[in-house]
Design a protein around this ligand. Structure first.
Ligand code: MTE
Ligand code: CO
Length: 422
């Protein structure tokens, strides 16, 4: 919008109007008469004494005013807490890095306590020398840092048949994005002298479920990490302390936590987690398997059902997240009319491979209803499909790998709801 356009308040006029109140200089065309705000004109209680000393919290927690930015679960979704899932509050976060403390958890047999001193990782099978590494051994290999998203294959899985869960946290919150520090799996396989006839590795966790998965050797040698830090600090217990596998761009189920064994094989094991689970049954009854890559996807995180518009019409920041397991996000479009017209969103920074990308659409809301959508495009040219397009290919029997375009119906009172458009 041009600075000379007086029909709508410009963002700058709006903001300068707000900032000058109380300073006596109300120059903006949109500044309204306001009474002096005691929060800015009066000395406040917190400025008249001392705050907490430096030892008040040896390990800091979020402000008490952020108590609602927490993982949440959907009670009817899983039978019990042991084999369960909760969701990242993506509606309330910004930027791209997910703090570990609110990053979704998925356990098949609960989060276990495993100390660094009891930790062991075995590499066996088609290798010259089967090896067992301690935690300290792993720390003596050259290590790397990478930011990657981890998305459960079941993310958005409840939305196949119709719009169901009311909130971006619940529809899209089985995802987190962290900076991992770890040793390339390739280096450990080389240390053991892997046989080039070994076309697969089978990876297992130390928990009762073991969550065993087969990974093609090409991927294992490419970018898989044996990670022990996330966002600079030790992995949290629920994310696999002390060591987990990081499988960039591939479904979260393969990111084995508390990893204890890597077997080099020349065949896939066809474990439970890759046959009866984590496969997608099509309309004709045939199941797709080895659907490892998480295709390009995006969602508007705000406004959304848990973050309605409370400020009325005028400047509005629409924001969300986009990601692709096939590489970097190149572009995100936003629609306010259910996909009839699209505007290019602003990427907060150029998309990074297999990592979350933050997008913004800075707009002026006229207070009318919106059918808000976002559509991601990645570096391969792949465009995120509509729900109708996805159903045409995949039918309605699937749970996993739902990467369709999400719609929020934002009403003129600012409240938003999960809906479908056809
Ligand atoms: N690894 C083990 N050992 N046990 C598990 O239950 N769950 C898997 C995977 N790795 C699981 C596991 C699933 S389904 C997902 S989506 C991711 O871990 C979730 O990782 P997070 O709990 O750190 O979010
Ligand atoms: Co999962």
């Amino acid at each position: 919008m041009s600075e000379n356009d007086t029909s709508k308040p410009s963002r700058r006029a709006f903001l300068s109007g707000a900032a000058t109140v109380g300073a006596g200089a109300i120059a903006s065309s949109v500044a309204q008469a306001q009474t002096a705000d005691p929060l800015i004109t009066q000395p406040q209680e917190w400025a008249q004494g001392f705050g907490d000393g430096v030892d008040a919290a040896p390990y800091g927690l979020p402000s008490q005013y952020e108590g609602d930015v927490i993982r949440r679960n959907v009670e009817w979704l899983t039978a019990d807490q042991i084999s369960s899932i909760n969701f990242t509050p993506i509606h309330a976060l910004d930027g791209t890095i997910t703090p570990q403390g609110c990053a979704f958890e998925r356990h098949h047999s609960g989060a276990i306590d495993l100390s660094k001193s009891d930790y062991r990782l075995m590499i066996n099978g088609l290798v010259d020398t089967p090896l067992v590494f301690t935690y300290e051994d792993l720390k003596r290999f050259p290590r790397e840092n990478h930011v990657y998203f981890c998305e459960c294959a079941a993310n958005t899985g409840m939305e196949w048949a119709g719009a169901q869960l009311n909130g971006a946290q619940f529809t899209h919150g089985m995802i987190h994005n962290m900076e991992y520090t770890g040793v390339p799996l390739r280096l450990l396989l080389e240390e053991a002298g892997y046989d080039v006839a070994g076309k697969w590795v089978f990876v297992e966790g130390a928990d009762a479920s073991s969550n065993g998965r087969s990974i093609p050797m090409d991927k294992a040698l490419d970018d898989v990490l044996v990670a022990f830090k996330a966002n600079g600090e030790a992995l949290r217990k629920e994310h696999g302390y002390p060591v987990r596998l990081v499988v960039p761009g591939w479904e979260g189920n393969m990111w084995v936590k508390w990893i204890r064994r890597i077997e080099v094989t020349n065949f896939p094991v066809e474990s439970r987690e890759e046959t009866s689970k984590y496969t997608d049954t099509l309309e004709n009854g045939v199941s797709r398997k080895w659907t490892w890559v998480m295709d390009a996807k995006s969602v508007v995180t705000s406004p959304s059902p848990q973050t309605p518009i409370k400020h009325g019409k005028g400047p509005l920041v629409i924001t969300g997240l986009a990601w692709s397991g096939n590489g970097a996000i190149k572009r995100v479009d936003v629609s306010k009319d259910g996909g009839k017209t699209w505007e290019a969103a602003r990427l907060a920074k150029p998309g990074e491979k297999m990592a979350l990308t933050r997008f913004y659409l800075d707009t002026d809301w006229d207070g009318s209803e919106m059918l808000l959508q976002s559509r991601a495009m990645d570096e391969t040219g792949y465009v995120q499909p509509t729900k109708t397009q996805l159903r045409e290919v995949r039918g309605l029997n699937s749970i996993y790998h739902n990467n369709c375009i999400q719609t929020w119906w934002v009403r003129s009172n600012g409240e938003a709801e999960n809906v479908e458009v056809s």
